[in-house]
Design a protein around this ligand. Structure first.
Ligand code: NCD
Length: 304
């Protein structure tokens, strides 16, 4: 039984196979509509979510399966003091597969050590978010045709932005990748990600606070929200929240085939005036996320 806790739990071949399955689902959805008949997905969300939880649920329904779960810690026995380990053991008796989001880094890993069904990490604190990365990879593949040779800019909250950490880990396995890190000093990419992923894989990267000096070099611009809920002080959040706001003027110097991505929710980091620009890909990411989650559920349940 396999779980997905970290994006690197999947080999490159497995990621290729998920991308192929998702593309096939997009082309022939009717072939998949009964594949999970009689199977149940539990969504255990100890932290707020719109896209991730609903896309998991939509994914399971479109495969003909059923869904159970909770969307806030307050409505689960965690509020009575139950451990993640016990919750995982218990829910394994009700469901064939579990998607878990938790504010504590490592909680889905602990769950996977005690569950008897596959666990999917749907976001753990400021750490990782592998299924958003699957959505991001399908978006990049469909927009750019592949992964090799791309220059990726990550902008905003690179410290707490878990989607950034997972996407950097996934992309560092491809050839001739360059990474440009754009953030305020206080929200720089954690040094463990730089050391264990970028440096270890020999990925060239630069760090800057100056968005305008690098925008013209990028193939992908991955914008992020400043993660208010992870700050110790509201004052610090208020000071940093508007560090980068993408406007049509700023995009003027970008490549004509730039792909602007954002995991969403957007607060105000991307002006809505960009939504109809052909370079805006963030709503495509949402749709692709559902197809990649369908492909992942099939893979982890061992359905052909
Ligand atoms: C992201 C997350 O939860 O980390 N959202 C998502 O799942 N699409 C990004 C965010 O909350 O800023």
């Amino acid at each position: 039984m396999k779980s997905l806790i970290d994006i690197c739990d999947l080999s490159r071949e497995e990621i290729d196979s998920l991308l192929d399955t998702a593309n096939d689902i997009i082309a022939h959805p009717e072939v998949y509509s009964e594949k999970c008949r009689g199977k149940k997905l539990a969504t255990l969300f100890f932290e707020p979510s719109t896209r991730t939880r609903l896309s998991f649920e939509a994914a399971m329904y479109e495969l003909g399966g059923n869904v159970l779960g909770f969307s806030e810690a307050q409505s689960s026995s965690a509020s009575k003091g139950e451990s993640v380990a016990d919750t995982a053991r218990v829910v394994s008796c009700y469901a064939d597969i579990i998607a878990m989001r938790h504010p504590k880094e490592g909680a889905p890993l602990v769950a996977s050590m005690h569950a008897s069904v596959p666990i999917i990490n749907a976001g753990d604190g400021g750490h990782n978010h592998p299924t958003q990365t699957l959505a991001d990879l399908l978006t990049i593949k469909r927009e750019k045709g592949g992964f090799d040779g791309l220059t990726l800019g990550f902008c905003g909250d690179l410290k707490f932005g878990r989607t950034v950490h997972s996407l950097i880990a996934a992309m560092s396995r491809y050839k001739d990748i360059r990474v440009v890190l754009i953030s305020p000093q206080e929200l720089k990419l954690p040094s463990y990600v730089k050391r264990d992923i970028l440096q270890k894989n020999g990925i060239p990267y630069t760090q800057t606070t100056d968005f305008e000096s690098v925008i013209d070099s990028l193939d992908i611009l991955y914008m992020t929200r400043v993660q208010r809920e992870r700050f110790f002080s509201e004052e610090e959040y208020l000071r940093l929240k508007d560090s980068y706001i993408l406007t049509p003027e700023k995009l003027r110097r970008a490549k004509s085939d730039l792909c602007v991505m954002h995991p969403l929710p957007r607060v105000n980091e991307i002006s809505t005036a960009i939504d109809n620009d052909p370079r805006a890909c963030y709503f495509k990411q949402v749709l692709y996320g559902k197809y990649m989650r369908m492909a992942l559920i099939l893979m982890l349940l061992g359905v052909n």
